[in-house]
Ligand binder design. Structure first.
Ligand SMILES: NC(=O)c1ccc[n+]([C@@H]2O[C@H](COP(=O)([O-])OP(=O)(O)OC[C@H]3O[C@@H](n4cnc5c(N)ncnc54)[C@H](O)[C@@H]3O)[C@@H](O)[C@H]2O)c1
Length: 384
């Protein structure tokens, strides 16, 4: 069989995610390794075409990596029959219009999360992609992280018994931008540009919960804009109109309760920037991006509450490390490889635009709950 060269229009490659994770560590890394091998002995060879707004910055990236195709004209790239896939890592706000054009041009679609700025728009994109018969997918990278892959191993092995609760802690301090530059782009703090931690992180939490623990049935959330004034990339002050912290409770269909704090206004006293503690009848685990520790019921110490005595329990010593047992590739790259195989050989790919829309449904439910003070139920979304 002959190799399959796949032209991939990559929009937003001047951005943090588009450049580092998707272009460099995924597509170029796959090319450098000679493509993706298929069972019949042939290979998938991805060919990036860079798209963006700044000719200068695109040319710089192209020169740096020896690439010869880049453009600031999306429509002309989409009209090229050699382009099979449209990939979007632009700011969230810009995604919907570009994805609509790409679907209309008959391209397969792969996008960063969230798939659009609203649930309605996300469902519409999922529907249009299905009607056009194009393959489609959304980045759900956290599922491909070593720590969460180990957690999945534990779930599938039955280690936990009945899972009772999941507690997630995500966050770090994002500098305000005045006395030290902010380490995230300023659009993240403006709701009118698709910013906000709920829109950013709830889609992640949705697919993590859905894939590892169960279907999310209800959402209760409080949000806050703890830091109301920040300084942008040019050192100019601006009003932060979006939430920078969200405190959420999610009930799952199997009765487990997940509680996840997300904050860009918190200082880290954890081993990793995100950690999930899972407690089950037979055992517990704490998983981060890379590591995972467990405590089986047989190793559980008898903790006794006595504030008048010095507590002799060295509780963190009673946990064991889950071994790697395998090599873990970059998670973004691993998911790209799955998506490209899905496009070429129709292997299953559950991370489609409809699953992305469910993530937006949970984000919108979180914002509604914060606004109304009520628990919001999630009904099943569909595109039929
Ligand atoms: N999967 C993940 O873990 C993860 C992490 C961070 C961000 N993201 C998502 O990736 C997308 C990009 O985020 P980022 O952090 O790379 O952002 P970024 O600001 O670094 O990059 C944004 C890109 O969008 C382009 N763009 C198009 N229209 C724009 C406009 N009007 N204003 C500003 N930029 C515009 C920029 O040129 C740039 O290439 C977002 O949708 C975000 O939700 C995903």
């Amino acid at each position: 069989m002959s190799d399959r060269v796949l032209g991939i229009a990559m929009n937003g490659v001047t951005g943090r995610m588009g450049y580092r994770q998707h272009l460099t560590r995924s597509i170029l890394a796959i090319r450098d390794d000679g493509g993706i091998p298929l069972p019949d002995g042939s290979r998938i060879l991805p060919e990036p075409i860079l798209i963006g707004r700044s000719e200068r910055r695109l040319r710089e990236i192209a020169d740096r990596h020896g690439l010869d195709r880049w453009s600031t004209d999306l429509d002309s790239v989409l009209s090229d029959p050699d382009v099979s896939i449209y990939f979007d890592a632009q700011i969230t706000h810009a995604r919907e219009a570009a994805v609509r054009s790409a679907i209309a041009a008959g391209k397969h679609i792969y996008v960063e999360k969230p798939t659009a700025s609203t649930l309605d728009a996300a469902l519409e994109l999922a529907k249009l992609a299905e009607q056009a018969g194009v393959r489609n997918g959304v980045v759900q990278d956290k599922l491909f992280l070593p720590g969460l892959l180990k957690l999945r191993r534990l779930v599938e092995s039955g280690f936990f018994g009945e899972i009772l609760s999941v507690r997630g802690e995500f966050g770090y301090w994002v500098f305000e931008g005045d006395w030290q530059p902010a380490q995230r782009p300023s659009w993240n703090y403006r709701s009118e540009e698709g910013g906000g931690i709920v829109l950013d992180m709830f889609p992640h939490w949705h697919y993590v919960l859905e894939h590892l623990f169960g279907t999310v049935r209800t959402v209760t959330a409080r949000t806050a804009t703890h830091i109301p004034r920040r300084w942008d990339e040019n050192g100019l002050p601006y009003e932060a109109t979006a939430d920078d912290a969200a405190y959420g409770i999610f009930e799952l269909d199997n009765g487990a309760i997940a509680q996840i704090n997300s904050s860009w206004s918190v200082r880290v006293d954890r081993d990793e920037l995100v950690e999930f503690q899972v407690d089950g009848t037979h055992g517990s685990a704490v998983a981060g991006l890379r590591s995972c520790r467990v405590q089986h019921r047989s190793l559980t110490p008898k903790a006794v509450w006595d504030p008048d005595a010095v507590d002799p329990g060295r509780y963190r010593d009673g946990w064991e490390t889950v071994p790697d047992n395998t090599d873990f590739p970059n998670g973004f790259r691993a998911q790209w490889e799955d998506f490209l195989r899905h496009v070429v050989t129709d292997t299953p790919f559950p991370h489609d635009l409809l699953s992305g829309a469910r993530g937006l449904q949970m984000a919108e439910a979180g914002l509604e709950s914060a606004r109304t003070g009520r628990t919001v139920e999630l009904s099943e979304v569909s595109i039929r």
